[in-house]
Design a protein around this ligand. Structure first.
Ligand code: SF4
Length: 365
């Protein structure tokens, strides 16, 4: 079936998705991009939602083969921001109209971490109540796998969204990029638990992993659909040289352009298939191209996560090489972002939690 015929459909099957993800001529790519943008505008509108990103700790008990802050990487300085430092970053975001923040860290399951984070969430909620945000900022957590009890504490403290990326929905591919102690089934069960606890749930994958096929990517999208997820944070695979997957630097460098294009197509096809969810245009896209984040928005994304981690520790939170804005002045970054979003004719949502249309419909609001 040709691309034009597939794009007329309302529902897409696995073969359709594989065909859409396999295109490589500019005219077909543009048709898919334009169709995704049209679905975005009709289902979600033209708003771009900000989430001020605070990478509050780089301590991690896991050893993902691709990640620069993995437990076994002894070459980085470990840090955890204090409550005051986190609140200060969050207030910076709230004062600039970012209605939501993401608190991200490595994965730690000890009671001390859970206590600390539950306390931080509760403090942020009370510290950011204002006329514009009567219930404080919206809080998304991205802190990995935890027990149901821990998730319940975070939710009761006031967090209402949780991002837990699976990185690959194919068990073999997942196993190839993680140590045997980490398994896909447990991660999927965490996603189910998060939903049962009440969170709006997000997940995502890396695009361009060694050994990954277009069928794997199609199955990732079908997994998102089956799990009825509310948001996706997804980006190109980028090598970190001080990891076991650092040996793939040549593989990555030889395929950079193709990986970047496929990551954009994944955003577009997710928008076509899943329609009313939130999709982030991630920093990893911008790492590969200076206009990568704007490109992500033009392919159907509607969320941006500006860096608000204190500049002094950003260089210690490198999940991959080449991450931008390590020493950047946050004010300049903010101004540049406003300008680039307006340049693609999109509107910036101010003082909004920015929940996905899907989550809003599900909750009956
Ligand atoms: S990807 Fe996340 S869980 Fe894995 S090592 Fe990095 S910070 Fe830890």
């Amino acid at each position: 079936m040709d691309i034009g015929t597939i794009l007329q459909k309302k529902e897409f099957d696995r073969d359709d998705i594989i065909t859409l993800l396999s295109v490589d001529n500019p005219a077909d790519i543009e048709s898919i991009r334009a169709a995704a943008e049209s679905v975005l505008l009709s289902e979600c509108g033209d708003a771009v939602f900000y989430r001020g990103l605070v990478e509050f700790s780089n301590h991690c008990d896991c050893d993902c083969h691709y990640c620069g802050i993995r437990k076994s990487n002894a070459s980085i300085n470990r840090y955890t921001l204090s409550m005051d430092e986190i609140i200060s970053s969050v207030k910076w975001s709230a004062h600039r109209g970012y209605g939501s923040v993401v608190l991200q860290s490595g994965e730690r399951n000890d009671a001390g971490f859970v206590d600390f984070l539950a306390g931080v969430v509760a403090e942020i909620k009370s510290a950011t109540v204002s006329e514009k945000l009567p219930n404080g900022v919206g809080i998304t957590l991205s802190v990995g796998e935890h027990s149901r009890q821990a998730y319940e504490r975070f939710y009761k403290a006031g967090a209402h969204r949780f991002l837990l990326r699976i990185e690959a929905s194919d068990p073999k591919l997942f196993a190839s990029i993680h140590p045997s102690a980490q398994n896909l089934e447990r991660r999927v069960n965490c996603l189910k638990t998060l939903r049962q606890v009440g969170f709006q749930v997000g997940t995502g994958v890396m695009v361009g992993l060694p050994g990954q096929t277009v069928e794997n990517l199609a199955d990732d999208i079908l997994f998102f659909r089956e799990m009825e997820i509310d948001m996706i944070g997804m980006g190109p695979y980028i090598v970190h040289k001080s990891t076991p997957m650092g040996i793939h630097a040549d593989y990555f460098n030889q395929r950079k352009d193709k990986i970047f294009q496929t990551a954009l197509l994944m955003i577009a096809v997710c928008r076509l298939v899943l329609k009313d969810i939130n999709i982030a245009s991630t920093t990893a896209l911008q790492t590969m191209r200076s206009d990568g984040r704007e490109m992500g928005l033009r392919y159907g994304a509607n969320v941006i996560m500006p860096q608000t981690t204190p500049a002094g520790v950003r260089k210690n939170y490198l999940l991959y090489d080449g991450k931008p804005y390590l020493d950047d002045d946050a004010k300049l970054h903010h101004a540049e972002l406003q300008k680039s979003i307006r340049s693609i004719n999109r509107k910036i949502a101010v003082d909004s939690w920015g929940d996905s249309e899907r989550a809003i419909r599900r909750s009956g609001r």
